[in-house]
Design a protein around this ligand. Structure first.
Ligand SMILES: Cc1cc2nc3c(=O)[nH]c(=O)nc-3n(C[C@H](O)[C@H](O)[C@H](O)COP(=O)(O)O)c2cc1C
Length: 231
């Protein structure tokens, strides 16, 4: 496995500072129309590297990403995504995939290397692995890979926004068609698509969110969280 990424670009491609996290979260919109402007290779690699720093259960990292930039391939992906125009427009579309079996073959490497790096004990690696396999044997794998892949996917999405790009997450696709068109094996679960590029004006309106008091509870379900600030 690799060490933490170093030398990530600390500015947007034009030299402006990266967007602060609060702005990234609040100002991000699911973009409906993209310009053909490219995402520079350096930014794209930084976005991908940041995405891969996401946490996952037992650090098993069951996610895989297919970066689709070729125009003909984007057209094929658009066809598999109920013809959503943004798939063909955006210069980059990432197919996020969760692998339901592959982690069983890489668990040993993950646990051993974690222990060697000091995040665990070498003496108990085998015990730890058996515990993980036992726990995960009760887990529906489609749910489990979705859970983890979406964290990496979301990290990618926010990283792209921090570098000044616009994004569109998508669940509207025919998973069987995506698997067929992009050579994915049976065990692959197609989780989501992420278009990355530059939004074509006008900006999409903010559709609003439920207030805190309605969806956050204090201590037990149904006891509304009382926030004293107006935020
Ligand atoms: C996992 C996920 C899947 C989505 N799938 C689609 C999609 O297939 N097509 C689409 O136009 N928008 C899709 N959206 C965008 C949502 O409609 C949008 O995020 C939501 O309306 C809130 O708007 P906002 O992101 O601009 O705040 C998806 C969003 C998420 C998080």
């Amino acid at each position: 496995m690799q060490d933490k990424p170093t030398n990530l670009p600390t500015t947007q491609p034009g030299g402006e500072p990266l967007k602060p996290f609060t702005e990234v979260v609040v100002e991000r919109r699911a973009t409906n129309r993209f310009t053909p402007d490219e995402v520079p290779e350096e930014s794209l690699n930084a976005i991908l590297r940041l995405g891969l720093q996401a946490p996952s259960g037992y650090n098993l990292q069951p996610w895989r990403f297919i970066v689709v930039r070729d125009e003909a391939n984007r057209a094929r992906l658009q066809a598999a995504a109920y013809n959503q125009a943004k798939v063909g427009q955006a210069p980059v579309v990432v197919i996020a995939v969760g692998m339901k079996e592959e982690w069983k073959r890489t668990a040993d490497e993950v646990f051993r290397e974690g222990a060697e790096r000091g995040a665990g004990s070498l003496d108990t690696v085998e015990q730890y692995k058996q515990g993980a396999l036992g726990f995960l044997s009760h887990m529906p794998m489609d749910v489990w890979v979705n859970r983890h892949t979406m964290i990496a996917f979301t990290t990618l999405m926010y990283a792209a926004e921090a570098y000044g790009f616009d994004t569109a997450p998508m669940e509207g696709f025919d998973a069987a068609a995506v698997k067929r068109e992009f050579g994915l094996p049976d065990e692959a679960e197609v989780v989501a698509l992420l278009a990355i590029g530059r939004a074509e004006p006008p900006d999409k309106a903010y559709p609003g969110r439920f207030p805190l008091e309605r969806v956050v509870y204090s201590e037990r379900y149904g006891e509304a969280w009382q926030s004293n600030d107006e935020g």
